[in-house]
Design a protein around this ligand. Sequence first.
Ligand SMILES: [Fe+2]
Length: 291
Amino acid sequence: MMSNYLSSLTIICLLAFSSCEAQPTHQKKDKAPVGGNCETCELMFEGIPDKIRSSDTSAGWYENTQKLIVTGRVFQSDGKTPAPNILIYYWHTDAKGLYSSKPSSHSKAAQHGYLRGWVKSDSNGNYMIHTLRPAPYPKEDIPAHIHLLIKEPTIANPYYVDDLVFDEDPLLIKHLKKYPAEERGGNGILRVLLHGKVQVAEHDIILGLNIPNHPATKDLPKESGLSIGQDNLPLSLIMLMGPIREAGLVRFVNTDVIMASYFIPVINQIGHPLSSGSGFWNKVQSSIRIH
Ligand SMILES: [Fe+2]
């Protein structure tokens, strides 16, 4: 009898404690910043210009090293509605892999080095960044990367999305096996293409995707299969085929890559985001001409 009483008491206590504990945890969750903790995020606002355009050029673009253009679109959480007026802050290492400073660097943001800047997506969600190709940290096995922070007008705090990394970086695969990508805002792996001597990569950002506590996605049920912005093999091949077809290498591909014979008719039918018809290369070309 006594043991029954004690058991009941224990259960009541456990229930009481768990409900007491659940309440603050729940409240805490609601107050948690969108995207969780974000180290050095506050530096985004140091030296921020009054007027921010959809295209930015870092000091690195004018240096005698590998030039890089990163361009793409920002979409709402559905992955298809363009998101205008989204502030994107970027910073990255120099061609030696260092967050180095220049006399013109903003002193309070020295931690981010001098290769930093801001763009704001235009009415169609477009943005473009001209900079130099960063190098990996010296003597470390972390792939070269570009950090991105997002500040949405309706969300109080900025949050980070996946770092941009480069698909042909020899350090990448080993690093991804150890630290799988979170795919925050979409897949951060850039497919680097050459336009003349300039490296060009396209990167779209999907607001709220894999961003903890984001108002647009926090109540959505977990779904199985690929999410918007996630990569898959057939699409990777399709992405590759566009530039290959443009470069007139289709015959080479047909001989050497058996799967291409299946994909090329598909590509010809649906077109490719980087193909000449899409206007992508025209946009890049005119941007390089301006600079
Ligand atoms: Fe870094």
